[in-house]
Design a binder for this molecule. Sequence first.
Ligand code: PTJ
Length: 267
Amino acid sequence: MTNQKEKSHSIPMDHPRYKSLTYRHKIIEGMKNLIVAEAGLIAHGRGEAFDYIIGERTTETAKKAIEAAIAAFLLADHPVISVNGNVAALIPEELVKFSQVISAPLEINLFYRKEGRIEAIEKVLRQAGAQNLLGINESEMVEIEELSSNRRLVDPRGIKKADIVFVPLEDGDRTEALKKNGKKIITVDLNPISRTALWADITIVDNIIRAVPLMIKITQKFKKFPRDELKSIIANFDNVKNIQASLDLIISYIEEQKIEAFKGLDV
Ligand code: PTJ
């Protein structure tokens, strides 16, 4: 397999950081196609840094948060999945699949509005099979209070009437505003102490690339559970303790790296 090239870009498949570079490439291409905002590149880099120090794996604490999130989603009356540029560029097919298995619409909701971005994201989601898409008709949007940014505009059939909103890779002000509007918030954020991570009801500290495929699997399993079992999964979940456990895992991973990182190196 040495020197084999992946078709869409020139990253050799045997490169030790092949996966990470492939997703970086998707973000860069996404920016060129207007899907990703310029600031999305910086956000992705921040995510990569946190992923490094959590060991680029889905931890047991993240799995617990995912289970609580899916239980909450399955019990919700109007769950909605908010989609921004980064998530659409990284995992369009998985987003569409998740929306289908959990029976929640996808709503395009952007922080950085720019002509052509909504259409570019709509296109990539439609190509991935999306049918029920919200947030695409700006003339139908309504405002949510407590928020001055562009994201105050939401779809009346989606986030406006939602009881639970999944907002992966979200800006802190908006999470706070959605909470103040009475929404329950589920997020995926690699930074366990971002404002969104701290404000959310359920914080999944994991890479969106790994989290959503696992969320799909767990939904398929939990769909068969009785409501009482789902309720007890939520009752046994404590978001503050879970975030603290993620921080502990980061500390112990860094501690281990003092030895592990140098293994096999001639230093
Ligand atoms: O497409 P738009 O206009 O809606 O804008 C999207 C971005 C991401 C640019 C916007 O929401 C933003 O500026 O977000 P922040 O405030 O940078 O927050 C993004 C958070 O997501 C940060 O805490 C990152 O660490 C985290 N993050 C980045 N990439 C990933 C991630 N978390 C999980 N998986 C990732 N791949």
